[in-house]
Design a binder for this molecule. Sequence first.
Ligand code: SF4
Length: 318
Amino acid sequence: MWYSKNPPSIELKSSKSIIHSFIVKGYNGLTINPYQGCHHRCGYCYATYEWSPEFYDKIYAKSNAPEILEKQLKSWKHEYVKPVMISSATDAYQPAELKYNLTRRCVETLQKFKFPYYVFTKSVIIERDLWLHQRYKDDCFLVWSITTCDEQIRRLIEPGTPPSHSIFQVIKKFVDAGVCCGVNIDPIMPLITDSPHHIERIIGNCHDARVQFISGAILRLRVDIWERLKSIINLLGIKNGIEKYKNDIYEFKEPLRSRDNINVKRSYETCILQNLKQRALEKNMIFDFPDLFRANSGPQTSNQTHSAEAQTLLLNYL
Ligand code: SF4
């Protein structure tokens, strides 16, 4: 497997900087990661770069994150505030947060300085901070990344995450509290979580929880992700799965190079995402996300939702 049998260990570390800019395809924003490494141990994770070989087994809690954030925001010199993405390279509400409260304290600091923010999570621990996000509900957007409602598959592909029925119970509480919530079905994994039945179950649960916004993206392959995917395909006993990935669905040859980032075939992507969009629209959900970027980081335009390109940029992290 891609992680050890023991639960991850946690270490404290100090950081010199906690808030960082990103600019991709004309969209720019800020991101903070109060932790490094992730307890959720998703096999498809995009955040597992070579520089982080202990990603699944050692969690670093950035113990001075709230203080550093306060210092950095105090010296903010730009005319417009920018939305902050929490988090881009880990889950800010993983179990370590119960002990260290770093995410909670960073959110309090963002609110103090009036920065809008997105939270991306797979966690139910965020329920602890419902009051905190509720009091800021006009300037935050919470997104849960949910890949499957099939417990057998979830335990294999993302063993550290809670079951989807627990996540939907928490989402419903946030929706009932008036907080803007979305579900990102990401990644959709070919031959594993891409069947109409799979998608339909997630959409049905979103509808029952009265989720307003929905989106999704297909898995991208990188050399480390592909190695983990092969284990998953073998463990699930998917007949000819590895060959189908290489020859039909992604069309690539091994070995992958360290810089390869492979998208699924366009025809496959169109088929899956159009089906997802159609199902979402049938349930009166918006296939898009609200745009805290345009609303806060420059002159206003009439379009207040992300383009698909910006969504992909923002949401391929968790
Ligand atoms: S995909 Fe997200 S939740 Fe899963 S291991 Fe990676 S950072 Fe953690």
